[in-house]
Design a protein around this ligand. Structure first.
Ligand SMILES: NC(=O)c1ccc[n+]([C@@H]2O[C@H](COP(=O)([O-])OP(=O)(O)OC[C@H]3O[C@@H](n4cnc5c(N)ncnc54)[C@H](OP(=O)(O)O)[C@@H]3O)[C@@H](O)[C@H]2O)c1
Length: 316
């Protein structure tokens, strides 16, 4: 089978397409013929060595969707021929940029019949992270205001949809070309994050903030937050983040929660909820771009360097 691998750490060009033996499912695993795999920023952190992969050569990739072609011992609720989607791969085991991938049965769920493989693959990390942030950690309520930073990004554009589905007032930050589309996805207001008067432009103090750039925005978040706000920090571009004046955060009882989806106690439960959202059309990732497996380097370069609305997928 074809698999994208990196044999050493480095820039995107270390990704090569290798011909290797298909993996056999261990106890508790199924093997999936991959129909689509998403490209997420985290995939690149393992490639550069910022995060340590479990082995080299390593297959990158966290999310997939496809058809089960072999079932290991000890798996009872998944059968050959089932359409499934999965997440949480490519960190403690090989990833998803391949034609066949073994997946622990507790990191996948059935993909609803009317949902495409591309949308299923695109959903894993981004809907799961939005769910953990807005539902599990923030307990966002319909009467509240939710601010989503980077609202056009992979996580941001589904978080906008999830917050709107919950019934919250949704403020997104994104550059102007994306404003109309984000409003059609459920944002009440979209503000350009580069404007100098961004804090003054936030017309409803957010009760919940989904923070994709904690290195830039921690102080801004405290300054605009409502009393009792929950700021859920999922992303950063550099390691340093700080509050320059703690008064606003202290006087408003602002709670900062940092998180990673990889720590979720039950990924299949989150994927089951994601399947329900996809089936109802309540939260649907947008596919911004498709690449073949042999274009994985270009796809990883794009996910880090280009501005898009939605997700990049690899289609083997
Ligand atoms: N903790 C977790 O479990 C978890 C899960 C998923 C993702 N993440 C992390 O979360 C971050 C976002 O992931 P993603 O998949 O959504 O990435 P993405 O698709 O690349 O989106 C990044 C978004 O951030 C925006 N942005 C850039 N600078 C900003 C600023 N100063 N203020 C506000 N927004 C800004 C970008 O806008 P432009 O398009 O204008 O550049 C874009 O909308 C990444 O760091 C990723 O590693 C963490």
């Amino acid at each position: 089978m074809r698999a994208v691998r990196f044999h050493d750490h480095g820039d995107p060009d270390v990704l090569v397409l290798d011909e290797i033996e298909p993996p056999e499912p261990d106890h508790g695993d199924v093997r999936v013929t991959v129909r689509a795999a998403a490209v997420n920023p985290v995939d690149t952190y393992f490639r550069t060595g910022e995060y340590e992969p479990p082995e080299l050569p390593m297959i990158p990739g966290t999310d997939l969707a496809g058809v089960v072609d072999s079932v290991g011992d000890g798996v009872s609720e998944i059968s050959e021929g089932d359409r499934v989607f999965a997440t949480g791969l490519g960190s403690d085991r090989l990833g998803t940029y391949a034609e066949q991938v073994t997946v622990p049965a507790d990191r996948l769920a059935h993909l609803p019949a009317d949902v495409s493989f591309e949308i299923g693959a695109a959903a894993g990390v981004v809907v799961g992270t939005s769910w953990r942030a807005l539902v599990d950690y923030a307990a966002l309520e319909p009467t509240e205001t939710c601010l989503i930073h980077g609202a056009n990004g992979g996580v941001g554009h589904v978080a906008v949809q999830l917050a709107a589905t919950i019934g919250a007032r949704v403020i997104g930050t994104a550059r102007p070309p994306y404003h109309d589309q984000l409003e059609s996805l459920g944002a009440t207001t979209v503000l350009d994050y580069t404007r100098d008067d961004l804090a003054e432009a936030v017309d409803h103090a957010p009760d919940v903030i989904l923070e994709t750039r904690a290195d830039e925005n921690l102080q801004f978040d405290a300054d605009v937050a409502a009393t009792g706000a929950r700021v859920i920090c999922i992303g950063n571009a550099t390691e340093h983040a700080e509050l320059t004046a703690i008064g606003a955060a202290k006087s408003k009882d602002v709670c900062y929660q940092f998180m990673t989806l990889f720590n979720a106690p039950d990924l299949s439960a989150i994927l089951d909820r994601t399947a329900s959202l996809l089936e109802r059309g309540a939260v649907v990732p947008a596919i911004a771009r498709r690449y073949d497996l042999d274009e994985a380097a270009e796809a990883q370069r794009a996910v880090m360097e280009e501005s898009l609305l939605g997700k990049i997928v690899l289609v083997p």
